[in-house]
Structure formats: structure tokens, C-alpha cells
Write a protein that binds this ligand. Structure first.
Ligand SMILES: NC(=O)C1=CN([C@@H]2O[C@H](COP(=O)(O)OP(=O)(O)OC[C@H]3O[C@@H](n4cnc5c(N)ncnc54)[C@H](O)[C@@H]3O)[C@@H](O)[C@H]2O)C=CC1
Ligand SMILES: O=C(O)CCC(=O)C(=O)O
Length: 323
């Protein structure tokens, strides 16, 4: 019998392939601290997470039977991939299931920014009929800069075109030919910063993308830019952004993600009048949660049964001396 631990809230519908399998026993225990997870992980063959559980080297060391870690979503920055590789633990994710949902959240954020919707809502429900403070801007004829043209970035670009925006973007893996077909003009990060009216980030968080937009980039940024981050906290330096908002360089920013989640109650993003924030809801639709849970469950069960699988983020020969 394979033992699977689900340590984050993952769709029960999507987990059915695991819960109904005769050779699998599933335990769903969420909200555990690192120490609590270490104390219970030993018997499990598989661990399933979303983004809340930080799967550290210590957890993997305690999980001596772990063969696979499944991430019900895209980003694997909450999993110590080096530790997984060195212990021969396969990490799989669900890269496709939340693409459209996250793209739609990005658009919701962009439109909320353009029209001050959360701020206007807050005043209206407080009994104030303020029609003067919320002059917005159209998306039409604006330049949208997209950093990271993978699955989500491309979906955002397609929808932006339908809104009459000009899309420029960068991605080391997107060819000029494909960009042209998609109607995207390839540009450098500097060109995007200097020309875009709206800028949205869709890269993973890596050593290379950490603080990709920080002090020096804000110094040369087009005045009045609006910035959206529905990718990962830490790609845009939070302290520099606050300064740029105060100085009027950035007209507004909408963030779904933070360098530290959840943010401290006194985090400046939570009080800044030009900021819109959501609590890492980019992938939170019924459809996306079912999709990613179905996808990752299937890969996990295949790995446990030694069957062919897809979506491997790490794969290596299990080092028997560590098990
Ligand atoms: N807010 C949320 O709930 C969600 C956030 N995400 C985040 O969005 C990110 C992107 O997701 P997908 O589009 O599905 O991933 P993807 O892997 O399809 O696309 C990421 C793209 O970023 C590009 N990239 C990497 N480094 C770059 C750099 N330095 N400059 C420019 N481009 C660079 C890659 O070449 C790739 O094409 C994920 O890594 C995840 O962190 C994803 C889903 C939900
Ligand atoms: O599990 C979630 O809701 C977060 C989704 C996410 O950030 C991702 O898929 O990378």
C-alpha cells in the first residue's frame, strides 16, 4: 500500500484518482509547521503540496520513504529541488491546469488598476459618493510589457491584443518567429521598462529573476507605469516599488504575491493607496484547482506504480545510501 500525504488544501475532486485507488492510502493533514511535518513524514511514499508547504531539505531527510513530491500548480520555488535531486526524490508539477485562471486574474488586476476599482468600491460602501478621485485610463492603445512569455505570459498577450494594446515582451526561450506570429514585439528588459504603460511579470522566481526589477530599473522607468505581479514575490523589489509609488514614477501596482507570505500586518503594500493586493489567488478558481489536482494525482500514482509519467521537474537515480 502506497502512503500519500496531502499537506495543503488540494481539491478533493482532483484527488479522486488517489483516494479511490486500492493500492493508495491518502492522509490530508494541512497547516503543519516544518517540525510537525518532520515528525509525521517518515512512513509516506509521496507528498502533495500547493504553495503553502515549504518542502525543505530537513523534511526530505526525515521522509526516508519519499519517492515523489507532487506540486498541484506551476511554481516549485517552495521545494528544495537540490535536496530532492540529491535524495533521488522525483518532483512533478501541474504546469497547464492553472494557466488561463492565472492569466484571467492578471487581467482582473490590470483592469482594477486602470479604473481604481477596489479603492472606489471601498469608498462607495463606506457611504461616500466620490466621482472625482477615480479618473482612470483606457487599456486601448497602451503598451503592455510582458516579462516572461511562457504559458501565462502568452495567454495575457493574446487577451491584451483583443483590448487594443500593443504587446512587447521578453523571454530567452521565445523565438522571434513565434513572437511575430503571436503579435508580440520582442524587447529587452530595459526597453520594456522605458516604454511600457503597463508591465506584468510572468517568470518563475529564480536566482536570475530575483529582484529583476529593482532600484536601477525604477530610475529609468517610464513615468506613470502601472505594474502587475501575479507570478512570485521577490521578482520585483518591494522596497524599491514603494519608493517609486511615493515618487510618482509608478502610478499604481497590483500584486497577488509577496516576498514573504503572508505579509506582516505592517507591510507597506497593505496600506499604500496606489496598491491593490490579493492573497496569492492567481490560481484560485474551481476549474484550475480541479485541473492541477487531477494532473498531479495522475503523475504521482504513475510514479508510485513505476509507470511512465510526465511533468518531472527533477529526476535522478535514487541514492540508496540515503534511504
Ligand atoms: N499567482 C499564482 O497563483 C500563480 C503564479 N504562477 C507563477 O507564474 C510563473 C509563470 O507560470 P507559467 O507561465 O505557467 O510558467 P512557464 O514556465 O510556462 O513560463 C515562464 C517563462 O518565464 C521565462 N523566463 C525565465 N526567466 C526569465 C527571465 N530572466 N526573463 C524573461 N523570461 C524569463 C521562461 O523562459 C518561461 O518561458 C510560475 O513560475 C509561477 O511562479 C503560476 C501560476 C499561479
Ligand atoms: O496553489 C496555489 O494556489 C498557487 C499557485 C501557484 O502559485 C503556482 O501554480 O505556481
Amino acid at each position: 500500500m502506497f502512503k500519500v500525504l496531502v499537506s495543503d488544501p488540494i481539491s478533493d475532486f482532483g484527488l479522486q484518482q488517489l483516494t479511490r485507488a486500492e493500492d493508495v492510502e491518502v492522509a490530508k493533514i494541512t497547516g503543519l509547521s516544518e517540525e510537525e511535518l518532520i515528525s509525521i513524514i517518515r512512513p509516506y511514499d509521496a507528498l502533495l503540496v500547493r504553495s503553502q508547504t515549504k518542502v525543505t531539505r530537513r523534511i526530505m531527510k526525515a521522509g526516508v520513504h519519499l519517492k515523489v513530491i507532487g506540486r498541484a500548480g506551476v511554481g516549485v520555488d517552495n521545494i528544495d529541488l537540490d535536496a530532492a535531486t540529491s535524495r533521488g526524490i522525483i518532483v512533478v508539477n501541474a504546469p497547464d491546469g492553472n494557466t488561463v485562471t492565472t492569466c484571467e486574474h492578471t487581467f482582473a488586476m490590470m483592469m482594477a488598476l486602470a479604473r481604481h476599482i477596489p479603492q472606489a468600491h471601498a469608498k462607495t460602501v463606506a457611504g461616500l459618493w466620490d466621482r472625482k478621485s477615480f479618473l482612470g485610463v483606457e487599456l486601448r492603445n497602451k503598451i503592455l510589457g510582458v516579462l516572461g512569455l511562457g504559458r501565462i505570459g502568452i495567454e495575457v498577450a493574446k487577451r491584451a491584443a483583443a483590448f487594443g494594446m500593443t504587446v512587447i515582451g521578453c523571454d530567452p526561450f521565445l523565438s522571434e518567429e513565434r513572437a511575430n506570429k503571436l503579435g508580440i514585439k520582442l524587447a529587452t528588459v530595459d526597453e520594456i521598462i522605458q516604454t511600457a504603460d503597463f508591465m506584468t511579470v510572468h517568470t518563475p522566481l529564480t536566482n536570475e529573476t530575483h529582484h529583476m526589477i529593482a532600484g536601477p530599473q525604477f530610475d529609468v522607468m517610464k513615468r506613470g507605469m502601472r505594474i502587475i505581479n501575479c507570478a512570485r514575490g521577490g521578482i520585483i523589489d518591494e522596497a524599491s516599488l514603494i519608493e517609486a509609488l511615493d515618487e510618482g514614477i509608478v502610478a499604481g501596482a497590483a500584486f497577488d504575491v509577496f516576498e514573504c507570505e503572508p505579509p506582516a500586518p505592517d507591510h507597506p503594500f497593505l496600506r499604500h493607496p496606489k496598491m491593490i493586493v490579493t492573497p496569492h489567488l492567481g490560481a484560485s478558481t474551481l476549474e484550475a484547482q480541479e485541473n492541477v489536482a487531477l494532473d498531479v494525482s495522475e503523475q504521482v500514482i504513475r510514479i508510485l506504480r513505476n509507470e511512465p509519467f510526465k511533468n518531472a521537474v527533477t529526476i535522478s537515480v535514487r541514492n540508496k545510501s540515503m534511504s
